[in-house]
Write a protein that binds this ligand. Structure first.
Ligand SMILES: [Fe+2]
Length: 290
């Protein structure tokens, strides 16, 4: 683990999409990173709102933090990222894993995007490679490549914490689906093993929780708890068993409500498509493609 400075981790919950956003910092006035933000989107009206991001901004300002890196664990399919809005209010650089270029290439096809859509990741300020570290103040963050849910997923390790993105969920919820274009259940199993190889006390910070009616949403688990209790990947589950379960289960799942708007915006690092001559940005709906 990279640093002996202690990271303070503040979570925020977007109740419309069950998403956790994190601000990680050391102290009042220190540099911070923001992981997986949410831009609220109403699919009925096509209108965006900044309520969730504004909570994050108010916190960052109240602690006088300097935003260094605005990170995505992956191109989310269930919510739009607020990264460009956060950047406009707080500064910082927008970062994602370098395999985002694969995701951009796949969805350039799905959405029939023309040559103006750059599939080299240029919409982002920085692309992280597996194992690469970024520093912010006395703290540092290490990227762990964990593909499977998407081909570009990253987890981020800071001290004794790992922000797992959509790999593992809380033990009673299991793991992320692998049936989006470019997803792969074998790869997710291997990625989960990479996370579960950390010491049992390692804290795992969820990107989502989808709690059953019997409990509240939680944002944190540990390697030990997941190894013991995760319904999909507890100790003893083989890759073959996992892939069989995951594939069968994914066939029963509907597409997320916001997949079409989310992907189109998130592969552009959160920027809207270039507006038409009338100044309005439009999203596309590919018929019978997903
Ligand atoms: Fe996701």
């Amino acid at each position: 683990m990279s640093s002996h400075s202690k990271a303070v981790i503040q979570h925020f919950f977007d109740s419309e999409t069950w998403t956790y956003t994190y601000v990680v910092y050391e102290d009042l006035g220190s540099p911070c990173v923001i992981i997986d933000s949410v831009l609220n989107y109403d699919p009925k009206s096509g209108r965006t709102k900044t309520k969730s991001a504004d909570e994050v901004i108010a916190f960052v300002k109240s602690k006088k933090l300097q935003t260094t890196w605005i990170l995505e664990t992956h191109a989310h399919a269930d919510h739009l990222t607020a990264a460009p809005y956060l950047q406009s209010q707080l500064g910082g650089k927008i970062v994602i894993g370098d395999h985002i270029t694969n995701v951009q290439t796949v969805f350039k096809g799905v959405f029939g995007l023309d040559e103006r859509f750059d599939t080299r990741g240029a919409q982002f300020d920085y692309l992280l490679k597996d194992g690469e570290s970024l520093s912010f103040g006395n703290l540092s963050l290490k990227a762990l490549y964990v593909p499977g849910h998407t081909p570009a997923c990253m987890a981020y390790e800071i001290g004794d914490a790992i922000f797992v993105g959509d790999t593992l969920f809380m033990p009673d919820v299991g793991t992320a689906r692998c049936d989006f274009p470019g997803g792969n259940a074998n790869m997710l199993y291997q990625s989960v093993q990479k996370i579960l190889a950390y010491p049992p006390e390692t804290k795992l910070y969820m990107c989502h929780d989808y709690p059953p009616a019997s409990r509240e949403a939680h944002y944190m688990s540990t390697v030990g708890e997941e190894k013991k209790h995760n319904i999909h990947v507890h100790d003893g589950i083989t890759e073959e068993q996992f892939v069989q379960m995951r594939t069968a289960r994914d066939k029963t799942l509907e597409m997320p409500t916001l997949i079409l708007p989310s992907i189109q915006v998130n592969i552009r690092a959160g920027h809207f498509p270039e507006p038409d001559a009338n100044g309005i940005s439009y999203l596309k709906i590919p018929l019978n493609a997903l």
